[in-house]
Design a protein around this ligand. Structure first.
Ligand code: ZN
Length: 115
């Protein structure tokens, strides 16, 4: 259900971006997804094929780029990438951490065809 809402917003953003370009078709959509985002690529593609039907984005190829998670220690200000089994700050062992990258989801760019 969550993925359906996300897929609808991808379609909306893409159509809005394509309109002022007089696009005949949207051929590719480049998406950036954080490594920690709960969104599943396959599920988006599945919804996409259904909801894009009948729009200029129908049949567009979705390209996913996964962004690695980056954390910042709030105690010693050390930025680091967590390993799969260790989230604590590798410098001071603190558990007070902030996610600076890797939980985002965005439409990075689109490719269109004009007449
Ligand atoms: Zn630290």
């Amino acid at each position: 259900m969550h993925e359906l809402a996300v897929t609808e917003s991808i379609l909306e953003i893409s159509l809005r971006a394509a309109q002022p370009q007089n696009a005949r078709r949207i051929t590719k959509i480049f998406l950036r997804i954080g490594q920690w985002s709960s969104i599943v690529d396959d599920s988006i593609q599945f919804h996409w094929d259904t909801i894009s039907e009948g729009t200029i984005a129908s049949g567009a190829l979705l390209h996913f780029e996964r962004i690695p998670t980056q954390l910042l220690c709030l105690d010693c200000a050390h930025p680091y990438q967590p390993t799969s089994d260790e989230l604590l700050c590798p410098r001071c062992g603190s558990a007070r951490i902030h996610v600076t990258r890797g939980d985002e989801f965005q439409v990075d760019s689109i490719e269109i065809e004009n007449d």
